[in-house]
Design a protein around this ligand. Sequence first.
Ligand code: ADP
Length: 698
Amino acid sequence: MHLCQIHERDISQESLLNGLPLEEGILIPSVFERAAKRAGLSSKIQTRRLAQINPHLLPCVLIIKNPKTQENDACILYELNEQHATVGFSDIPESAQTIALDELNHQYQGQVIYVRPEFLYQTQALKIAKPSLHWFWGVIQENRGLYKDILIASILINLFAIAMPMFVMNVYDRVVPNHTTDTLWILAAGIFLVITTEMILKLMRSWFVDLAANRADVKLSSSIMERVLNMRLVHRPRSSGSFISNVQSFESIRSFIGSLTVTALVDLPFVLLFTLIIALINPILVIPIVIAILVVITYALSAQQKMHELSIDSMEASAKRNDTLYEAVANIETLKGFNAESRAQSRWEKATLFITRNAAKMRFLSASISNGATWVQQMASVSVIVLGVYLIIEGEISQGALIAAYLLTSRAMGPISQTAGLLAQYHYAATSYQALEEIMQRDVERPQGKSWVHQGQLKGDIEFRNVDFSYPNDDRLALSKISFKIRQGERVAILGRNGSGKTTLEKLLLSLFEPSGGSILLDGIDIRQIDPAELRRNIGYIPQDIVLFNGTLKENLMFSAPLASDEQIVNASHISGLAPIINAHPEGFNMQVGERGQSLSGGQKQSVALARAIINDPPILLFDEPTGSLDFSAEATFSKNLQTIVTGKTLITITHRTSLLNLVERIIVLDKGRVIADGPKDQVLEALRQGQVGRTQA
Ligand code: ADP
């Protein structure tokens, strides 16, 4: 954050860190680069001794051992000379201290992170971000150094391949007739060298291919996950199971770029070279090879369309099957409760049957291509020999030349059949690529390079101005022309029949969806300008369906506040009424809540949700039926506890319970997505009672 200030990057902690793989809420060096990038800073980690640090690249970050806690920490290095260094420690980076180099050396862990601005300044006001690279090709491009090496290795391997036929030809034509064993040994030594080098090159090539694929794999899968988590909810896929399967299909791209067969493409141009050498021996020998190449290519191309269709069908079917599995496992209780297992089972079996049939067809097709190519290759070799024998009889070529031509024929045909075999894999990878490309092109909540208004702590003034909203793929307006203002510290209940748009209104306020018309302002700023992560940190939200994650209670509480102190946690659990549950359990805060929180009762989950919502002490509280699963006494405790925390906070709660209404001073009534009443609690309740406000229930 301090470096951002130095480089005049106005950005919040949430914008920097949200969604990054932190360790217990702490930014670690390997993730630093990604965080810095969000602020338009480019950074590089290096292992350097203090004396080697380039003073022109300061300020930079040093990884040190904190002298007090003895834990890994970081500091900013502002200046460095032979005796002293000026540093800012992580607790107060802005107050720089000058310390002796020896002392710093003692704490320094050997790693330095250089940071510099990434933007090109055009004018003071206009900053231009580096255009971001394509998610896939950009990463491949980053490995171009490795691919260059692979290319060079492949070229050399192919050139060396000429050595063997030449060796055999010379042995037949020169050594055997003249019995010159000296020449034989010299030739043998030469070929030994060539073969050995070829083997080393091949090993290196496969190592490099794997290395490049691994590097790409790590980067690609993290960027895919980041994209998935950052996706706007509007683009949320209709079916999670098939979405998951599309994301996972990345595996086939990975294995495609990681397989050595890709190098067959590099070998392709050498088909020409080998054919040329055969032509030099005798042009007539080229005829069978050209025919063979044409036959293989024609067949492989004609199978393309079918291959493509089959791989798309397979992909769709396995997406559907995954969907069935996902739904069944996630909702197993409901499924059993309604005796509906057979539906899932039959969907699963149908999909499986289709997939296996499809896979068999695909395998057969690709086997027919590769076996066909081998057959053609062998036929070409036989033809070369038959033709060659006639040429020998006519005295056109030597015996050695025939053998060389024979060996070169298989060399020339090799890449052709390999490429034909590659096509099968290619289609599967290409289909997955397309599915992923579609996911990667969807809008995200926080597009790269977008600058947000950074407010820090919000006060809690909320305004809806003529807000319209309809859900994607739904023409009806879920909210229509909603306008109201809620002042900081005001406590408001939202009432309305089921489906009147109450939850939708809260989702818009959380910026989970954007209004289709009008605007929502927080402290006078349109919420589209506030980083969603920063916005959500300022809002304590209790959703209608409370979902906890598998893990301990403490982990679930710290979910939105990874750096919360023990005091904060204890405090939040007291207010939320969680303390008695924790005290009664032998493991206390470390009790396991089970998958989706299933080892807790509905009421207990609601307490956890409240604690989770208030742990950050947010200025706005947004509740959706927070006491829906509580019994009367628990509800009374809940609203009593709530009384102590709502002071000074803006509270918006959806509720049908009177005890929560005691907390609020104003009521907004929604019906069919419109505000039909808005005013002081007593007046609105009275109007509702007298039936002046539609037939809305209170
Ligand atoms: P309430 O909270 O008042 O019961 P909601 O805000 O949940 O009502 O729903 C308002 C309207 O929006 C309803 O007609 C509902 O069918 C529709 N709706 C809610 N969620 C979605 C969604 N994810 N996709 C499409 N329509 C939705």
